[in-house]
Design a protein around this ligand. Structure first.
Ligand code: SF4
Ligand code: SF4
Length: 399
């Protein structure tokens, strides 16, 4: 990440932090306590996971468990049938399994429909925040990169959003399959809960077939607890006290209006498939790191992490950002990331975390497993250089 990108990232973080201080979420402490209790009850609870799968199936979903990334990708490929075009919305689990690249290699055109994700996809950039993936790229820089590709787009945020929206709308219209993630799967109702601000998920989830790609740690006891989580998520991720839209999907389109005969697929979707990925989560929970899976993906820890604020995605591995991301990446890949040595052990991430994940404690444990001094010194030098470039860029900005 270059200094300009780090500065753009810091600017985006400041605006969210400012919105958080302006919009107080009522009873925030109580909401966080309730959320943590729900996570403690559900994460790593196999009986609740099986109950959720049973309820989803009873509601007409087809449910599959995938233990590894490859298995999840193969299941999705099988669901694609002869289709060569699919639209998708933001999903950290699809990033984790590198689904777009996998399907692309199989000749399937995958189009991201969130504005930020589509820009990342077209410009081949990496995300810098779980809910604001292009926080590190300014509108001017996006416009310049589009123009270099021969696409004329103005330099104002409105110009860029307008252009990308048209591109996305056309792709959605011609797709029969839509892929989304899920913020929650509820046990009591057997429902998939997805939140969004852009409105694209209305369209993506209304293709003939809707494939939901989620993970074993997204289980909540019921809709009430899922809604509580969404409020905390929205506030911590964007500073808004409630997201624009919440989708609750508890079945396919159906009617029994004529002679009480039950007919499926009146509108879309005709089919909903839910793929639940484990990818070492059971092992992580069993091995004493269960609290790492309480994460709701709000990204608040990143906004408070001094290391991430100075070096950005240098302090990340693939799509796993910051201290929590690096710890999860290490555990799910079976080897400690060298970058864990760069954590300052300041605890700012824990203070900012709505579910109180003790990331420094987990990192301390992981890095005690040993990283050579050479690697450590190399990384420190690399990060110091990144800090120096950012400080230089800031001081030039003040000249
Ligand atoms: S403890 Fe480590 S990961 Fe957490 S905020 Fe400090 S530097 Fe970042
Ligand atoms: S670790 Fe905590 S603060 Fe960071 S993304 Fe997860 S829930 Fe949010």
């Amino acid at each position: 990440m270059n200094p300009e990108e780090v500065l753009a990232l810091k600017k985006a973080f400041s605006s969210v932090l400012e919105r958080q201080s302006r919009n107080q979420l009522a009873d925030l402490d109580e909401k966080k306590r309730r959320l943590k209790a729900a996570r403690e009850l559900c994460v790593g609870n196999r009986a609740l996971l099986d109950e959720a799968a049973k309820k989803l199936t009873a509601n007409g979903f087809r449910v599959y468990f995938a233990s590894e990334k490859d298995e999840a990708c193969e299941l999705i490929l099988r669901e694609m049938g002869d289709e060569k075009h699919v639209v998708k919305s933001k999903s950290n689990v699809t990033k984790e399994i590198e689904l777009a690249a996998f399907l692309g290699e199989k000749g399937i055109n995958v189009v991201e429909t969130d504005i930020g994700d589509r820009i990342l996809q077209v410009l081949e950039l990496h995300p810098s925040h779980p809910t604001a993936p292009i926080a590190h790229v300014s509108a001017k820089s996006i416009s310049r990169r589009f123009n270099e590709m021969g696409v004329k787009v103005g330099g104002k945020p409105e110009d860029i959003v307008g252009y990308v929206r048209e591109d996305v709308i056309q792709s959605i219209g011609s797709a029969n399959i839509g892929i989304t993630g899920a913020n929650a799967i509820t046990v009591e109702e057997g429902a998939v809960v997805i939140t969004h601000n852009e409105g694209n998920i209305f369209e993506v989830a209304r293709r003939k077939k809707h494939i939901v790609v989620t993970s074993t740690d997204k289980i909540y006891p019921n809709l009430e607890e899922a809604m509580n989580m969404l409020k905390v998520l929205s506030y911590n991720a964007t500073g808004a006290t409630i997201p624009s839209f919440v989708e609750v999907i508890s079945g396919v389109s159906k009617t029994a209006d004529v002679e009480k005969k039950f007919i499926k697929g009146v509108h879309n979707p005709h089919e909903v498939v839910v793929i639940i990925l484990d990818n070492k989560r059971s092992e992580i929970a069993r091995n004493g790191f269960r609290e790492l899976l309480y994460c709701i993906g709000c990204g608040n820890c990143l906004m408070h992490c001094p290391m991430y604020n100075v070096v950005g995605t240098e302090y990340a591995q693939d799509s796993h950002l910051g201290g929590r991301g690096l710890a999860f990446h290490s555990l799910s890949n079976g080897s400690s990331s060298d970058k864990l040595k760069c954590c300052l052990m300041c605890g700012k991430c824990r203070e900012a975390c709505p579910v109180d994940i003790d990331v420094p404690k987990i990192i301390r444990e992981l890095r005690s497993k040993g990283i050579s001094d050479e690697v450590y010194y190399f990384l420190r030098a690399h990060l110091l250089w990144a800090c120096y470039r950012t400080v230089l860029a800031v001081s030039r900005g003040h000249e």
